[in-house]
Design a binder for this molecule. Structure first.
Ligand SMILES: [Zn+2]
Length: 312
């Protein structure tokens, strides 16, 4: 774990009404800005005036994935958009976060794979704001129409569409942030099989300063085995967005042992029908060295922020 990224742990549940940060939900911050209110449970935060931080949010969207990143160069990234509104309303859970954070354009939008708990919120985004770059897999979910609709929407908007492949690097903040693509499906395929769709997830490792975050999408253990073989020690990351909402079919022991994260973030809905996260995954995370208090869950903790401080 990067030393400076560990400096503070703030629990600011509902303590930021003026900042508009997810009032009413727990909001944990690893490292924070000087001047912020909050319950400080670890040493003094760094002063941040003029600092080029990388801020990685794990958004509480219920049972689904959505992560937002503010890059140190001022650009932003949205990885997945979470599910539709569970009650069938037109406004998906992600809308609240976007409004509170005054997000009005997306520089880099990633659809890890075409399941509705990942793409539904992106359709809402594509309807309302300009998207500069869209990173997609070439797998078509033949059991759904929403992925086709999103892709058509993005295509007709004029966004640049890219299909990253394992081994690629993405130039999101050249010279500052390294973005390694570890998995994707750049070749055209069609399937309605859940496992095959999950395994096409775009997996990214993002490194800034001396800290890194691995976004595992929904890949399952067979792909994880391949990642261990191909990337080995390169998988090491301080933070893990746990694969597939904590499903027992992901987060295999060898994969976690290579990543050896200090903190783990699980994007999961309360009382979900899949029994996510699996107790076996929590155990495997702990066995891989993650302290139980460093395992965060959006169903219990709400939207979460991990900050990597920029140079002093
Ligand atoms: Zn999912």
């Amino acid at each position: 774990m990067a030393l400076r990224a560990l400096l503070t742990l703030l629990l600011v549940s509902a303590l930021f009404p003026s900042a508009g940060l997810c009032a009413g939900t727990a909001f944990l911050s690893l490292s924070s800005e000087a001047g912020e209110a909050g319950v400080q449970t670890a040493p003094v935060p760094l002063a941040t005036s003029g600092r080029r931080d990388l801020r990685a949010y794990f958004i509480d969207v219920g049972q689904g994935d959505s992560e937002y990143i503010e890059l140190p160069n001022g650009q932003n990234v949205l990885i997945d958009g979470g599910p539709p509104d569970p009650d069938g309303a037109a406004v998906p859970p992600i809308a609240k976060f976007l409004k509170e954070h005054k997000v009005d354009r997306i520089d880099h939008m990633v659809l890890t794979h075409p399941h509705s708990d990942h793409y539904a919120g992106l359709a809402y985004v594509a309807d309302r704001m300009k998207i500069a770059n869209f990173y997609d897999t070439r797998v078509d979910n033949t059991g759904a129409a929403g992925d086709d609709a999103l892709r058509e929407k993005v295509r007709s908007s004029g966004a640049k569409i890219l299909y990253p492949a394992a081994g690629d690097t993405l130039e999101w903040a050249p010279g500052e942030v390294r973005v390694n693509v570890l998995n994707g499906c750049p070749e055209s395929t069609q399937t309605a099989v859940g496992q095959l769709l999950n395994n096409c997830s775009i997996v990214l490792k993002i490194t800034y300063q001396d800290a890194s975050i691995l976004y595992a999408g929904d890949v399952q253990d067979d792909v994880e085995t391949g990642l261990v073989s191909r990337f080995g020690g390169e998988l090491k990351a301080d933070v893990l967005k746990v694969g597939h909402h904590g499903s027992s079919h992901s987060s295999s022991k060898p994969f976690l042992e290579r990543i050896r994260p200090s903190s783990a973030f699980i994007e999961v809905g309360a009382d979900n029908p899949y029994w996510h996260p699996a107790p076996s995954v929590i155990n495997r995370l702990i066995e891989a060295g993650v302290a139980s208090e460093q395992i965060y869950r959006t169903d219990r903790d709400g939207t979460l922020l991990y900050t990597i401080p920029g140079p002093p």
